[in-house]
Ligand binder design. Structure first.
Ligand code: ACM
Ligand code: ZN
Length: 310
């Protein structure tokens, strides 16, 4: 994201990234399975796809690299490409769910692209939100036909939710509550409480992080089930999730630092009824847990010396 934001060739100075071989993916999935963890891949579509469109510009509306981050939804080639990708992904990941992203599409190019406009006309779609919904619905049919379920961020509600989809609510809780009211499963991960890429202590004491201040106490205060929803709807809350996007996280040690101990707070939120929550009690246990983690070589945040007071 610095400089001209173009991808560089493998081997170039400062090049980052890479790929896993199929054998490496299989090893990760199997190792996780042995530890009772299911790895769910997220393959971003129709947006956050700059890297695909730099390599395959013909999949964007303009056919030019570095112009758009959205796939052209008017083009059949887009579906052929993504179905091929998902087929390979399903061969590697046995998870019930495949996450297809769905968040933060600009949808701008779709408004003037002749193929996207022709698609909207042909399908009777009123706006680009409905065009995204058409896209997600079609991808869902493909996944369902192969025995998998679609999972996406809450933008997949915009323009109409696909019939069997499960939603991750990140832009607040509303999307998740709406999802459950519609009889679908939701996973709560609202930005205000669940994004561990935000600062966990006074920013001047911390390494550079994504914006926002999310101390341990705030994570612990999260209550995913409001009093206003009934038991049937609450049963559709499939779980809660902490997010740790890595733009400001250059090393694994740094990842541990951002995750611990906040992930412990979120785990206790997930497994506790509200009346049993007590922050002072939790904080004392979390300090012990941090000391234990540090003694085991993990780079946990030094909670005992938290500065607080942003
Ligand atoms: C997201 O943070 N864009 C899901
Ligand atoms: Zn297009």
């Amino acid at each position: 994201w610095n400089g001209n934001r173009e991808y560089v060739d493998r081997g170039a100075a400062n090049a980052h990234g890479g790929y896993y071989t199929q054998a490496e993916i299989r090893e990760i999935v199997e190792y996780a399975q042995c530890n009772y963890i299911t790895v769910i891949p997220e393959i971003e579509m129709p947006s956050h796809s700059e890297e695909v469109l730099a390599a395959y510009p013909e999949l964007s509306c303009s056919h030019m690299p570095y112009k758009e981050s959205d796939f052209c939804v008017g083009s059949e080639y887009t579906f052929e490409f993504l179905e091929n990708v998902l087929t390979e992904v399903m061969e590697l990941f046995p998870s019930e769910y495949i996450h297809i992203g769905g968040d933060e599409a600009s949808k701008q190019a779709w408004k003037s692209c002749t193929k996207c406009q022709a698609r909207m006309e042909h399908e009777g779609l009123a706006d680009v939100d409905e065009l995204q919904s058409y896209f997600i619905h079609r991808i869902e049919e493909f996944l369902n036909a192969h025995g998998r379920k679609l999972l996406g961020w809450d933008e997949i509600l915009d323009g109409g939710l696909a019939p069997n989809a499960t939603v991750m609510s990140w832009r607040g809780a509303e999307g998740g509550l709406k999802t459950m009211a519609m009889g679908h499963r939701a996973i709560m991960t609202p930005g205000e409480y669940c994004y561990f890429d935000a600062y966990q202590d006074a920013p001047h004491t911390q390494p550079e992080a994504f914006g926002g201040y999310l101390p341990l106490q705030k994570v612990y205060a999260y209550e995913p089930i409001p009093d206003t929803i009934d038991v049937d709807q609450a049963s559709l809350l499939y779980g809660i999730q902490g997010n740790l996007f890595a733009e400001y996280i250059p090393t694994e040690e740094h990842m541990e630092y951002m995750a611990y101990p906040r992930i412990l707070a979120l785990a206790e939120v997930a497994w506790s009824v509200p009346k049993n929550k007590d922050y002072a009690n939790f904080r004392a246990r979390a300090i012990e847990a941090v000391n234990y983690l540090r003694s085991q070589g993990y780079n946990a945040f030094d909670l005992e010396h938290e500065v607080g007071n942003r």
